[in-house]
Design a binder for this molecule. Structure first.
Ligand code: BES
Ligand code: MN
Ligand code: ZN
Length: 511
């Protein structure tokens, strides 16, 4: 699974209205009659654009587009105008969808070259806008089509070159500025390729993406970055030696062997701090003996989305470089039913030493994560610890499918995490780790039990994990909703989203 971009994203130094391309894309923020770029293009086209805008009620709203042939009035063969909403509504990450929809329109029209004029949102936002537009192109041309046999799915995309332009009219872009923008593009493409890689891992069936397959994937990424990135894979025996009683219990019902993955990025210079990202890696969650109903089980190949995110992010982090020592950890196994599976009422001994009574085998993620957190504390001793997990349906009930729930007791850490997420446009919202809910986790025969009652389910899961994170600065991100979606947007087809990759890479390389 090697996510490759077949569309090259470049900076175009000529102004947009002079670009001899198959398709010119222009963003209009709000009322087109007040938009200077729209007016310039309309002028060049003899008023046709304005006419079409009027007749098609184009008002520059997000999601609206108009498209026309230029019939030689401009060097570009076609023009597509995409609405981005009003200037005050528009935030930089919004450009991802706009760039993605232009890339998709280009492929639909059989265009090979595109010039995409970015809206003028001020010089200080330009680098980030260019990066996010490049991400949009790579994300928007992602398809998971390897199991589709129809001819139209095999046809290669027509779009070869997607050029980003920052000036509508006037002089060529100076070389210095073009170079700076090119590096933003490289950054954007690197991040989006990692997101697409995570998507592939999530979208592949559980029969393909097994714990061993995830380990092989992590090894391939480490090999690509020999010298800066290394990986250690622990098999079941080694995990048993370390006392990972919770992790091993979850996987013991499956014929697929568990794998504990630990990747390490080391910067050339002395690291400023040590960060560890843990991802939940349940390659299939049947629920175990607390069996899920068929409908709820249908999509449970996605239960390794946290692992996919942290593994794929390491590729981008190693490519872009970080001043930090960065670790990715994923305890990977399958939660199945068999004669060997763990049962309700079992008492497990965690790597930490704490004992846990199982009152629901479907609350397996927190068990695997608990041991992964203890491993991180014992073997890595990070300054900052994060975990990403498709952990609870309750989190989706609280926040809906698009927003991740973020929990932490460390004010400054959660603040800097939320600010990284804000910059990438990934929707995250804090939930309180209300300690009063800990009562729900009391067990009469063990130190705690693994589930509470229905109310506050996302938070009791967070509190369970906190018993293992203890005083380590730690942030828990429940991605059960946004990891995989049944609804699409231009930069994100249905299915695995690669959620959290952008924020992880942003945090590790930019904070
Ligand atoms: N993997 C699920 C959570 C999940 C649900 C992820 C839907 C993505 C979409 C998790 O292991 C689980 O089963 N959680 C239980 C916890 C409960 C038993 C306390 C849940 O949410 O029902
Ligand atoms: Mn479960
Ligand atoms: Zn699960």
């Amino acid at each position: 699974m090697d996510a490759k971009a077949n569309t090259e994203v470049v900076v175009l130094t000529e102004p947009a209205l002079e670009a001899a391309v198959d398709l010119l894309g222009v963003v209009v923020l709000g009322d087109p009659t007040k938009d200077p770029v729209f007016k310039l293009a309309d002028q060049a086209l003899g008023g046709v654009l304005g006419e079409v805008a009027r007749s098609e009620h184009f008002e520059g709203k997000a999601g609206q587009t108009i498209s026309i042939h230029t019939h030689g009035r401009l060097p570009a063969k076609r023009v597509i105008v995409v609405g981005g909403g009003t200037r005050s509504e528009f935030s930089n990450p919004g450009i991802r969808d706009l760039a993605a929809s232009v890339a998709q329109a280009a492929n639909k029209a059989g265009a090979a070259s595109v010039a995409f004029l970015l809206p003028n949102v001020g010089a200080n936002r330009e680098a980030s806008l260019v990066q996010l537009a490049a991400e949009g192109v790579v994300l928007g041309t992602y398809k998971f089509s390897r199991y589709l046999t129809g001819e139209d799915h095999k046809r290669p995309t027509t779009l070869k070159k997607f050029g980003l332009v920052v000036e509508a009219k006037g002089k060529k872009l100076p070389i210095g500025r073009a170079k700076a923008l090119a590096s933003s593009i490289t950054r954007g493409c690197t991040i989006a390729l990692a997101v697409n890689h995570a998507r592939d891992l999530i979208n592949e069936p559980a029969a393909v993406v097994t714990p061993t397959a995830l380990a092989t994937d992590a090894q391939a990424i480490a090999k690509k970055h020999k010298g800066t990135l290394s990986v250690t894979i622990l098999d079941g025996k080694k995990c048993a030696d370390l006392g990972m009683g919770m992790f091993l219990a979850v996987g013991q019902g499956s014929d697929q062997e568990p794998r504990f993955i630990h990747m390490i990025y080391k910067p050339a210079k002395k690291a400023k701090k040590k960060i560890c990202f843990i991802g939940k890696g349940i390659t299939f969650d049947s629920g175990g003996y607390s069996l899920k109903p068929s409908q709820a089980m249908e999509d449970m190949k996605v239960d390794m989305s946290g692992a996919a995110a942290v593994i794929a992010s390491m590729d981008a982090i190693a490519t872009l470089g970080s001043e930090f020592e960065v670790h990715a950890v994923a305890a990977c196994c399958e939660n199945l039913v068999s004669g060997r599976a763990y049962k309700l009422g079992d008492v497990l001994k965690s790597m930490d030493g704490l004992t846990v009574e199982i009152n629901n085998t479907d609350a397996e993620g927190r068990l695997t994560l608990g041991d992964a957190i203890t491993y991180a504390r014992d073997k890595i001793a990070p300054d900052e610890l994060f975990d990403f997990a498709t952990l609870t349906g309750a989190c989706m009930v609280a926040l809906g499918p698009y927003t991740a729930g973020v929990m932490s007791d460390h004010e400054s850490l959660i603040k800097s995490w939320m600010s990284a997420a804000e910059r990438t446009g990934e929707d995250m919202w804090r939930l309180p780790l209300n300690t009063r809910l800990r009562e729900q986790l009391k067990s009469p025969i063990a130190d705690m039990r693994n589930t509470g009652d229905r109310f506050g389910g996302a938070i009791t899961a967070g509190l369970f994990l906190k018993s293992f994170a203890k005083d380590t600065p730690w942030v828990h991100v429940d991605i059960a909703g946004p990891a995989s979606l049944g609804t699409a947007r231009p930069s994100q087809p249905k299915g695995g989203t690669g959620f959290a990759v952008a924020s992880i890479v942003e945090y590790a390389t930019r904070s």
